[in-house]
Design a protein around this ligand. Structure first.
Ligand code: HXC
Ligand code: NAP
Length: 283
């Protein structure tokens, strides 16, 4: 579907770019001509990812950084600019999450997630945005949220609250920073089994199965499907999309939302009986 030069020479910075969905997006962008910068806390993960991704003339720069620390973010962004001379696209993908009854959370547990997801995203957005404004150059910011950023969800409440904040950030800056040529978009993924997410949210086969049963399309997402959407959204073909969040979840959140969707469990035989009962309201 994509021309190999779709993202030619675009410098793309991905937080959390060494693992999971961040890495999948990076690999896709490289095949489309981009120059990549990846960041996260664990340098050894970045070293390995950069070595594995950066072959056949593909350029991958890494710089470790904890996005919870604004000074580390400033140093990381400066290092990427020093290396490539500029940044064209920022992907806020780094996140922290785990499933827990909310009443069991300590204040430190709440902070652990809010500081990565909301504060971290804000710090990188601010650092890169200020530079773009000062340099008089536009750019695109893509924030990876979740489908429950809009609906909320029990048992992942710090994540839900933080991602809702990121969505508000996306929509707010879409208006405020459009005058600087800065475009904001977001992706709300449904279920994409990655080691990072599944080890913290669906560590047993039963939990994994429970999640899968929520998806009308009957399967989880493939990383490449998300990477394709991301590639389109940051490309010049999406230049008029600003402030939108695109859900990619196989219809999952809608299945939970529709009042009568549990009737999917009714068998053909039961429908015959039900039709007799419900025709003209006969009881
Ligand atoms: C209750 C927990 C906990 C758990 C940690 N804590 N895990 N509390 N249940 N499962 C508490 C700790 O006890 C501690 O509080 C506090 O949280 C901080 O824990 P640390 O381990 O010191 O934190 P830190 O090293 O900063 O690690 C952050 C983290 C960790 C978020 C806890 O999981 C992490 O590094 N995650 C990064 C990767 C990630 O989460 N990927 C998944 C993204 S998936 P006390 O008070 O005891 O000191 C996603 C959307 C998925 O976001 C949607 C899928 C469908
Ligand atoms: P993942 O592999 O665990 O990705 C999280 C990344 O964030 C890791 O690379 C991690 O690297 C980095 N990170 C965490 N804390 C950081 C910090 N303080 N500073 C810098 N980097 C940090 O999980 P994933 O599934 O690919 O998740 C990627 C994104 O997709 C997240 O935004 C997540 O919320 C979103 N999402 C995923 C799913 C899904 O089904 N997988 C669904 C909805 C939304 P380090 O540990 O090295 O720092």
């Amino acid at each position: 579907m994509f021309d190999e030069s779709l993202l030619k020479d675009k410098v793309i910075l991905i937080t959390g770019g060494g693992t999971g969905l961040g890495r999948a997006m990076g690999e896709k962008f490289l095949t489309l001509g981009a120059k990549l910068a990846i960041t996260s806390r664990r340098e050894e993960v970045l070293v390995k990812a950069a070595a594995e991704m950066g072959h056949d003339g593909k350029e991958v720069f890494y710089h470790s950084c904890d996005v919870r620390d604004a000074q580390q973010v400033a140093d990381m962004v400066a290092a990427v600019e020093d290396h490539y001379g500029r940044i064209d696209v920022l992907i806020n993908n780094a996140a922290g999450n785990f499933a827990s009854p909310t009443e069991n959370l300590s204040p430190r547990a709440v902070d652990a997630v809010l500081n990565i997801v909301l504060h971290g995203t804000f710090y990188t957005t601010l650092e890169v945005g200020k530079r773009w404004i000062e340099q008089g150059r536009g750019g695109t910011m893509l924030n990876i949220v979740t489908s429950y950023a809009s609906t909320g969800s029990g048992f992942v409440v710090p994540s839900a609250a933080a991602k809702a904040g990121v969505l508000a950030l996306t929509r707010s800056l879409a208006v405020e920073w459009a005058r600087y040529g800065i475009r904001q978009v977001a992706i709300a993924p449904g279920l994409f089994p990655t080691d990072g997410a599944w080890s913290r949210l669906a560590p047993t086969p039963e939990l994994s199965e429970k999640l899968l049963n929520r998806v009308p399309l009957g399967r989880v997402g493939e990383k490449d499907e998300l990477a394709n959407l991301a590639a389109y959204l940051i490309s010049d073909f999406a230049a008029y999309i600003n402030g939108e969040v695109i859900t990619i979840d196989g219809g999952e959140w809608l299945q939970g939302a529709g009042q009568f969707n549990d009737l999917l469990e009714v068998t053909d035989e039961q429908w015959v009986t039900l039709a007799e009962m419900t025709r003209k309201g006969k009881s």
